[in-house]
Design a protein around this ligand. Structure first.
Ligand code: IPE
Ligand code: IPE
Ligand code: MG
Length: 242
């Protein structure tokens, strides 16, 4: 297993750069987020076509509440609108939608929208689309630990792992960040421990199928060692690994 299998099972994406995409065109930032929805639709389709089974996207972070109120409300409205428009097609394409994050702070309308999307796509199996919304990696670790403590369970790596918000899928193989910033911004802090990282200078609205193919090709060339040495991987023919 020295080379990763060619197509990652689970891809996670920090969809960054919407605001800059809009500002460059003298448009309001929300116009960039709208374009970002188009890019996400294409990306979901492409993932299904190439055989990715789980796609996890960062749509709104715990820290994004600190943005101007009109951008925050614009993002909330856009989510509800996009779900209403896109869910029937996603349903037809076999996509299962799941939301990951703290729902308590969301309005009733937003919460109803995401619950509806989850319910009607619940039996789909072609691709799982996890939308991280009001999500933070630190929130996730804290909610997992709080859950274990409330149930009086011991805190171990395994029990925490099972209590994390994404416990129902394997850890991401490939984490992509668009928009040129080289940081994690409180995305999957726990789950990305051994993910391959890929940074693209493209702004999210410009990230298309070809760009995703480039990221997957880069991933296919990586050697995933998980702490071992290169020599321990792929034993030469006729010899068994120790
Ligand atoms: C990412 O794009 C989307 C969200 C955080 C909601 P940004 O809005 O952060 O775009 P830039 O980084 O300002 O260009
Ligand atoms: C990360 O992008 C969050 C999302 C893409 C939803 P940000 O634009 O919020 O990250 P920072 O603030 O530049 O680190
Ligand atoms: Mg940004």
């Amino acid at each position: 297993m020295s080379k990763s299998s060619a197509v990652p099972h689970h891809v996670a994406i920090v969809m960054d750069g919407n605001g800059r995409w809009a500002t460059k065109r003298f448009l309001p930032r929300v116009a960039g987020h709208k374009k970002g929805v188009d890019a996400l639709r294409a990306c979901v389709r492409h993932c299904g076509d190439v055989g990715v089974k789980v796609l996890t996207v960062f749509a709104f972070s715990s820290e994004n509440w600190n943005r101007p109120a009109e951008e925050v409300s614009g993002l909330m409205e856009l989510l509800v609108m996009a779900l209403g428009r896109e869910v029937p097609q996603l349903q037809a394409e076999g996509v299962r939608i799941r939301f990951v994050g703290d729902r308590a702070a969301l309005s009733d309308k937003v919460r109803a929208g995401l619950e509806h999307a989850e319910q009607i796509t619940a039996s789909n199996t072609r691709l799982v689309l996890n939308i991280c919304f009001n999500y933070g990696g630190r929130w996730d670790v804290a909610q997992a630990a709080a859950g274990l403590a409330a149930r009086g369970e011991a805190i171990t790596e395994q029990s925490l792992d099972r209590a994390m918000a994404l416990a129902y899928v394997p850890d991401p193989d490939l984490v992509i960040r668009t928009g040129g910033e080289m940081r994690i911004s409180n995305f999957l802090l726990w789950q990305a421990a051994y993910s391959e990282l890929y940074f693209s200078d493209r702004l999210w609205p410009d990230f298309d199928g070809a760009a995703l193919d480039e990221a997957i090709a880069a991933y296919a060339g990586r050697e995933r060692r998980f702490g071992r040495t290169s020599g321990q991987l792929d034993p030469p023919a006729g010899r068994k690994a120790a």
